[in-house]
Design a protein around this ligand. Structure first.
Ligand code: SF4
Ligand code: FES
Length: 333
């Protein structure tokens, strides 16, 4: 086990845990943002730099600070490590620069993008970015590629996080898409206009943090904040059949996998559940799906993120008082 101090809070985690996952055991607003790391996908992380933190002391054995900020999603903890995230001015400034970099080529087409309202980049820019840009050059453009009847690819919106590539690699028998080209010519593509078509291909829509991969059966039907997400399940021979149905009135407009508080898919779902079962009678309804307080979908129904009760038990009383008085943290029981 390794004991680390993260933003002044001590936590003990198994050896080999990454700094990001150690921070997630604490929870709340001090957890670094992640645009490319995705727990269910092996090898993900290390691409976007959204999760950079400052290591003020490397370990008990070698307490020197690390010379540069490190990507918390791929850096393992060391016993005695001291990490700064929200407590470091340098980290907060660099994060503004990361937002600026990710937005350099990203079109500002949120008003017409289907991902608006549930876009990780929108949230990331809102929480950590600045409202101006210094970029004057032309943004990248791409030839349109058709990747099949179910999934729409908008390459101009892609931030090259590689999540969809790992998803296709690890979930489907034959990956037919990947990142082609190098540097600023890199793009997601299928080489010779191939169709992404297999039982689990729809999952690339759920993992995409932006609107680069969207559901063709749902496009332009409704803004997500006007829909009502409901948990439901069915007996499915291909997947667990646990999904979220997105209703507008009595109509199921789209079906997605369920996600955790970090926007990561809990259980992959098959294309039959996602694209073909759009009648309420196909499903056993469980109840309203949980929506994060920071999402526009939950406007006026805010819930506070909960901080791990185990951590609270070990904190001095003055720190507990501080946490209680400083939203957005809520103490677990
Ligand atoms: S299409 Fe989406 S999931 Fe795939 S690399 Fe681009 S941003 Fe990431
Ligand atoms: S989440 Fe760590 S580099 Fe992208």
């Amino acid at each position: 086990m390794a004991k680390i101090t993260f933003d002044g809070i001590e936590v003990e985690v198994p050896d080999g845990t990454t700094i990001l996952n150690a921070a997630r055991t604490i929870g709340g607003g001090i957890v670094p943002p992640a645009m490319c790391y995705y727990t269910p996908l092996k090898g993900s992380g290390g691409k976007c730099r959204a999760c950079l933190v400052r290591v003020a002391a490397g370990s008990t054995k070698d307490p020197r600070p690390m010379p540069k900020l490190v990507a918390s999603c791929i850096t393992p903890v060391q016993d005695g490590m001291v990490v700064e995230n929200t407590t470091s001015e340098q980290v907060l400034n660099v994060r503004k620069g990361i937002v600026e970099m990710l937005l350099i080529n990203h079109p500002l087409d949120c008003p017409v993008c289907d991902q608006a309202g549930e876009c990780d980049l929108q949230n990331f820019a809102f929480e950590h970015g600045v409202s101006t840009t210094r970029y004057e050059e032309e943004r990248r453009t791409f030839e349109k590629i058709d990747i099949g009847p179910l999934i729409q690819l908008h390459m101009t919106r892609c931030i090259l996080c590689y999540r969809c590539v790992y998803t296709a690699d690890q979930l489907t028998p034959e990956r037919v898409h990947g990142v082609l080209g190098r540097g600023d010519a890199s793009e997601i593509g299928t080489y010779i206009e191939n169709i992404i078509d297999n039982d689990f291909s729809g999952n690339v829509i759920d993992v995409c943090p932006v609107g680069a991969l969207t559901d063709k059966t749902w496009r332009f039907k409704q803004r997500v904040w006007f829909t009502k997400p409901v948990n439901a399940h069915r007996d499915c021979p291909k997947c667990t059949g646990n999904v979220v149905l997105w209703y507008k009135g009595k109509d199921v407009l789209r079906i997605t996998a369920r996600k955790n508080e970090y926007g990561e898919v809990k259980e992959w779902i098959c294309n039959e559940c996602r694209f073909e079962k759009k009648e309420t009678s196909d499903w056993t309804i469980e109840g309203p799906a949980h929506i994060d307080r920071t999402s526009v979908i939950s406007a006026n129904h805010y819930e506070l993120p909960v901080i791990n009760p185990q951590i609270i038990a070990d904190l001095p009383e003055s720190s507990v008082r501080d946490l209680e008085q400083n939203p957005p943290l809520k103490l677990g029981n």
